[in-house]
Design a protein around this ligand. Structure first.
Ligand SMILES: C[S@@+](CC[C@H](N)C(=O)[O-])C[C@H]1O[C@@H](n2cnc3c(N)ncnc32)[C@H](O)[C@@H]1O
Length: 273
C-alpha cells in the first residue's frame, strides 16, 4: 500500500498546524513510506490519524518520532573514517579549541566514533562535541550511550577496518556485557558531549560557537533540494575558515552552494575562505 499524494499533504498539514514540526520540505518518497507504515501499524484510517494529530499531543510526538529514520552505526563507512584520520585531522590537530557538531546525530554512535578517533590521535582534550537531533527519545539514547550489540552487527567489522588494534580500542572505550548483549560507552567519553534538541528545518542556533567540523550524514537525503541548499548555506556560515562539512556518501552539494566548498573525497567538503 502507498498513500496518494493528497493524503500525504493532508497529514503534513495536520502535523504542521498542530505543532512546530514542518515536514513540507521532506522528500515525498520517504514520507510516503513512513506514513504508510504508521497507518498500517496503528491500524487507523487517515481520518482517524488526522483527528488524533489534532487532539493528542503525545500521539503527535510519537508519530514525529516514527517519521524520522534513526539508522546509524559506529564508524559507519570505515573508508571515510580512515580519510578523516589521514586528511582532516592534520588540519585541526594544532588547534587549542576544536568545535565539532554532529547534526542529526541519532543515538550518538557517529559522535562517539569521532571522539574515539580524536582520543587515539591525542587531541580529544582540545575538542568540544555537540550533538543535535529532532527526535527527543534518540537524544536521550545518545546521552545514555548504551546499545544492543546485536543491533551493531557491523561493530567489530568497522572497528577493525579503522584500527589495527581494534580489540584494544574496544576495551579502552567500551564496556561490553555479552550476557546482556549491551555495549556501553565508558563514562569518561560519555560526560563530554553536549546534546541539543534541534530542528535543521528551522536553521536556528543552539550556540553562538562556530565549528571546525560539521557532520550531517544521512539526514539531508530525507529533504528536498531547496531545503538542502538552505542548510548548506547555513552550515557555511557556521563553519570556521578552513573548516569541514561531512555529509553522507549518498548526499552531495550541487549548484551555486558548491562554490562555497572544495570537495575532497568521501563527501568531505572544505570551506572555501
Ligand atoms: C539516518 S539518521 C543518521 C544518523 C547519523 N548521522 C549517521 O549517519 O549514522 C538521521 C537522523 O536525522 C534526524 N533528523 C531528521 N529530521 C531532522 C531535522 N529536521 N532536524 C534534525 N535532525 C533530523 C533523525 O531523527 C535521525 O536521527
Amino acid at each position: 500500500m502507498t498513500l496518494d499524494p493528497k493524503t500525504v499533504e493532508r497529514i503534513i498539514t495536520s502535523i504542521k498546524n498542530n505543532s512546530n514540526y514542518d515536514f513540507s520540505n521532506y522528500s515525498r518518497k520517504s514520507l510516503n513510506r513512513r506514513l504508510t507504515r504508521i497507518i498500517t501499524e496503528y491500524k487507523i484510517t487517515v481520518n482517524e490519524l488526522c483527528i488524533k494529530l489534532q487532539n493528542n499531543k503525545d500521539f503527535l510526538e510519537k508519530v514525529v518520532k516514527d517519521i524520522t529514520v534513526n539508522t546509524t552505526e559506529f564508524f559507519r563507512d570505515p573508508d571515510l573514517w580512515n580519510f578523516i584520520k589521514k586528511s582532516v585531522l592534520p588540519y585541526i590537530k594544532h588547534k587549542k579549541n576544536i568545535n565539532i557538531w554532529h547534526a542529526g546525530c541519532s543515538n550518538g554512535q557517529e559522535l562517539y566514533s569521532m571522539m574515539i578517533l580524536l582520543a587515539e590521535n591525542n587531541i580529544l582534550d582540545n575538542a568540544n562535541f555537540y550533538g543535535s537531533d529532532l527526535n527527543t527519545d534518540i537524544i536521550q539514547k545518545a546521552k545514555n550511550g548504551k546499545y544492543k550489540l546485536f543491533l551493531n552487527e557491523t561493530f567489530n567489522e568497522n572497528l577493525s577496518k579503522v584500527f589495527d588494534n581494534s580489540d584494544k580500542i574496544k576495551s579502552k572505550y567500551f564496556d561490553i556485557n555479552f550476557s546482556k548483549d549491551i555495549v556501553s560507552i565508558k563514562p569518561n567519553l560519555l560526560k563530554k558531549p553536549k546534546y541539543f534538541i534541534h530542528d535543521l528545518v528551522k536553521q536556528t542556533d543552539f550556540t553562538d560557537k562556530k565549528f571546525d567540523i560539521i557532520f550531517c550524514r544521512n539526514v539531508l537525503i530525507y529533504f528536498d533540494l531547496n531545503l538542502q541548499n538552505k542548510i548548506f548555506r547555513y552550515f557555511y556560515e557556521k563553519i570556521n575558515k578552513n573548516g569541514f562539512l561531512i555529509i553522507g556518501l549518498h548526499e552531495a552539494i550541487f549548484g551555486k552552494e558548491l562554490k562555497l566548498f572544495n570537495q575532497l573525497k568521501y563527501q568531505v567538503y572544505k570551506k572555501i575562505k
